[in-house]
Design a protein around this ligand. Sequence first.
Ligand SMILES: Cc1cc2nc3c(=O)[nH]c(=O)nc-3n(C[C@H](O)[C@H](O)[C@H](O)COP(=O)(O)OP(=O)(O)OC[C@H]3O[C@@H](n4cnc5c(N)ncnc54)[C@H](O)[C@@H]3O)c2cc1C
Length: 310
Amino acid sequence: MKEKIKKEVVIIGAGMAGLTAAMYCGRMNLETLVLENAIIGGQIANASGIENYPGFLSVKGSDLISTVQTQAENFGAVIDEFDSIVKVTLKENPKIIETEEKIYLADVVIIASGMNRRKLPLPEEKKFAGRGVHYCELCDGHAYQNKIVAVMGGGNAAVDAANFLTKYAKKLFLIHRSEFRADEISQKKLRENPKVEIFLQTEIKKLFGDKKLESIEIFDKISEETKILQVDGIFVNIGVEPNTELFKDELEVSESGRIIAGENCKTNIEGVFAAGDVREKEIRQLTTAAADGTTAALLTEKYLSKLRGV
Ligand SMILES: Cc1cc2nc3c(=O)[nH]c(=O)nc-3n(C[C@H](O)[C@H](O)[C@H](O)COP(=O)(O)OP(=O)(O)OC[C@H]3O[C@@H](n4cnc5c(N)ncnc54)[C@H](O)[C@@H]3O)c2cc1C
């Protein structure tokens, strides 16, 4: 029989959103548990130089996140990274979170399980990740002032990323293995930009470089021609996978699989909040993840006070 443990708040995911929520909940003396099934810090844990988080000129992801973790723990939140969730039941009160070892009964659940970006499916990805291979144009685009970049992908996100990167790049290649799926308007904007060259029906086959990415090999599926393009960086935009598998039977999710919740982070179930990249929203950054964590935590406290009639 698994041990049953009561908690006021269970937070799922120890990325920026979850840890910020934990810091606030802890500071409000709420009994708070954070469950993490991979590495503490989430997507940002391995980023090398973050230059757009207020208060820091440049900070390593691991340093930033370990400070937020310490803040959360100093206020009494407990983080468990060794016990995986097998099932959640959110519609009941208390809500039930069953892990491999325990059963938690929680008054509030804050889902901050983030998302995973689909990785460039080539063996060299590991060697060049952060050294020419990037997944976030808002985060890393600035480093490519006056350089040559490629964007991989053909959906709205890829074309928007490409349009954004033309701000910095002196030359941009858009490479996609089939036809565009992006909106006409964004496609038109990209096509009309003289810096841009578009390769459709084209696959990226290999990456080359010593310490940093220097060039890529592409293969045109129609002409069957192979080409080498000199590029300083490639931004991969071939889709994301929100971590909502556990929740999507009970919570409303969008077409892209993200949890539907407004700026107040409230989901369709009372006492269940969604914070950070897992929430359907337009901008996914560290600052917006921290903002969601803050909102979810402060409204958790309000919800609990109401529940207890105080
Ligand atoms: C390479 C890279 C660089 C970036 N650089 C920047 C930057 O410079 N500036 C910026 O503002 N943004 C940057 N971003 C975006 C930023 O990292 C994200 O917007 C932010 O980290 C989202 O935080 P989050 O807490 O919502 O989600 P995540 O960071 O995705 O954290 C979610 C956490 O939940 C855990 N989890 C998932 N499912 C479960 C489960 N079932 N049980 C328990 N735990 C679970 C995950 O393991 C993860 O730790 C970057 C992203 C990437 C990928």
